[in-house]
Design a protein around this ligand. Sequence first.
Ligand code: FAD
Length: 385
Amino acid sequence: MDFAFTEEQQMLHQAAAEFCKSDVEPVALKLENTREFPWDLTKRMSEMGFMGLVVPQEYGGVGADYLAYLMVEGELAKTSISLSMTLGAQNSLVGLPIINFATEAQKKKFLPPLAAGEKLGCFALTEPGAGSDPAGMRTTAIRKGDKWVINGTKIYITNGSVAKIAIVWARTGTKPDGKAQITAFLVDRDESPFKTGTIEHKMGVHASPTTELVFEDCEVPADAVLGKEGDGFRVALLTLNTGRLSVATQCLGLAQGAYERAKKFASEREQFGSKIADFQAISFKLADMITEINAARGLVWQAVWLKEQFGLNDPRFISMAAQAKLFASEMAERVTSSAVQIHGGYGYMTEYRVEEFFRAARLMTIVEGTSEIQRLTISRWEMKG
Ligand SMILES: Cc1cc2nc3c(=O)[nH]c(=O)nc-3n(C[C@H](O)[C@H](O)[C@H](O)COP(=O)(O)OP(=O)(O)OC[C@H]3O[C@@H](n4cnc5c(N)ncnc54)[C@H](O)[C@@H]3O)c2cc1C
């Protein structure tokens, strides 16, 4: 594996680090507490090209490689997981499936506004009765002349209240074996309006809106199908396989951010006449934290390498991406919890922000496939091998 970063990767990473220091860090705590969507910072990220990192230059994006995108996303997560979630939805959950599955006409229509950040995107798969098992979805799309008519409700959609472009999955029929035929649709909200329902009150990640989306006779043109009719599962699964690396990278950022704060605190805080970092109980905790972070990073990089070498369908990539997501998300829980512990009572206060990282980490073993689903995926592919 080549660990030497390209000039572009280093440049983008550096730009993200400087942006976080100058623009994000000063307001990150306020954003978490006021629960406002960070329009200003999103605009700045758009100006810097971050919203179209994975989008090829011919469609107005930066055309960066996948690792460069992850490096930016991880850097943002060190300071604001909410901003990192917005970046992830735009690039990983919406940009990549359009790049991988859309027609040329769809790419020309949807990618430029997405890359410029003029329109935010969202990925609408989950429903009240269908989370880990999307086959149970009840949203339907019925063909009427030259249109599809979508009816149903999606829940827990990141950026649901602010997005103008949605990838929406719906049942479009029944297969000969009786299973649901699912199709993915690219929906432009300005042309085919749908409503924002409940805006959820969450445990953390407060500046990233999570909402219900309600489709009531939402008419989309016949050519809104993303990929082939009936191929929606494949579009969703291949997108989520890559999405796992995006979430795993957010976990690296969260854990690294918490670790750096804990290290600084431990080297300043004195008890019993010594810096607490001089107590072996604390320094060993810090040693375990950084070891776990780097172990998770190794899994993410191996998965990226497999993806670049063998592609999205490769079983080694699919298993390694699930391993990276599983380990990194559970690692982030442990590391952020240790960061709170090292801070003592200060860690329980919002001001030091490690409790915010701890709450955010709790999401990561759930979103884009729970830990149980990652273990199912890994064991299935490993048994085949
Ligand atoms: C903040 C947030 C943001 C989100 N953003 C999005 C988004 O942008 N787009 C989107 O479509 N969705 C989104 N989701 C939804 C998320 O992906 C789902 O919550 C997740 O996939 C789990 O589905 P569920 O909540 O229905 O849980 P369930 O599937 O009901 O699972 C409940 C429990 O049962 C376990 N379980 C289920 N099946 C099995 C099995 N076969 N074997 C063993 N255990 C099993 C699960 O692991 C879990 O522990 C978001 C969720 C949150 C909380």
